[in-house]
Design a protein around this ligand. Structure first.
Ligand SMILES: [Ca+2]
Ligand SMILES: [Ca+2]
Length: 262
């Protein structure tokens, strides 16, 4: 259930780095005269680069990440193209690093520069699960934000709303409904049951349960054993196809179970 991300606020956002000018065998006119560090982070899938902070010989950087000004940036395309001013949310950071702007100038610095330390303080992502982030995005709070709650009264609790892509605050939006059809395959009929599955959340589990008779039978959990394939639905969901043999059966009932483990 944990997401591999972190968050920052003013109490836990310190960046520490320490640089030194180093000697070396380059021409004196090519020495590095100044260094500036830019903090780089990816937050909510968007890259940002901070304003530069100039290195002063003999000192270490210690910056408050959330106090810096940020700009658009895409290191997968260019490390020199810096865009316009941006304000990261600092609530879903999954990548941190830095960029160094080195200026070669008069014979005052070092032939080279070396990084001695780099560390970042942030809150671990385990404090905020994908479900909690989702519930927050709908402004759910208190008991309305529980997985078992149904604040919009559509009989789909928040875990199922999350698992099916529904809107927990709109009783008319229950997400992507599973579909089923009788499909022949290799000469025998079977149920084809297709349901949506949220990706990127290892703590969310989907399973099918079968019951031959709702009056006298009982539900048996077959897990994902009937799964025959899956395909991308959108950035958060895939479509999962299942085939359940009905050979020799008069009827069969299917239901989808969604569970969460920590
Ligand atoms: Ca609901
Ligand atoms: Ca709903």
């Amino acid at each position: 259930m944990e997401t591999l991300s972190a968050s920052m606020d003013a109490t836990n956002d310190t960046i520490n780095a320490q640089w030194s000018f180093l000697g070396g065998g380059v021409s004196p006119t090519a020495r590095i005269s100044s260094l500036a560090l830019r903090f780089v982070l990816r937050d909510n899938a968007g890259w940002h680069v901070s304003e530069p902070t100039t290195y002063v010989s003999g000192s270490a950087f210690s910056l408050e990440a959330t106090e810096l000004a940020y700009f658009g940036y895409d290191p997968t395309n260019s490390i020199v193209a810096i865009g316009t001013s941006e304000t990261p949310s600092f609530n879903e950071i999954d990548w941190v690093g830095f960029q160094v702007d080195a200026t070669r100038g008069p014979n005052t610095g070092g032939a080279n520069a070396g990084l001695r330390k780099f560390s970042v303080q942030a809150f671990p992502g385990s404090l905020e699960t994908a479900f909690v982030q989702w519930a927050n995005s709908f402004l759910l709070s208190g008991t309305n934000a529980l997985v078992s709650a149904d604040p919009d009264g559509d009989r789909l609790n928040n875990l199922y709303e999350f698992g099916l892509g529904g809107n927990p605050t709109n009783g008319n939006d229950t997400g992507i409904s599973p579909t089923y059809a009788v499909v022949a395959q290799s000469g025998t009929n079977g149920f084809q049951y297709v349901y949506p599955r949220r990706t990127g959340d290892s703590g969310l589990h989907y399973a099918l349960e079968l019951n031959p008779d709702l009056v006298s039978g009982s539900w048996s959990n077959i897990g994902t054993s009937a799964e025959t394939g899956s395909g991308t639905l959108d950035v958060d969901f895939e479509s999962v196809t299942n085939r359940i043999s009905t050979a020799g059966m008069e009827k069969e009932f299917i239901r989808l179970i969604i569970e969460q483990t920590p």
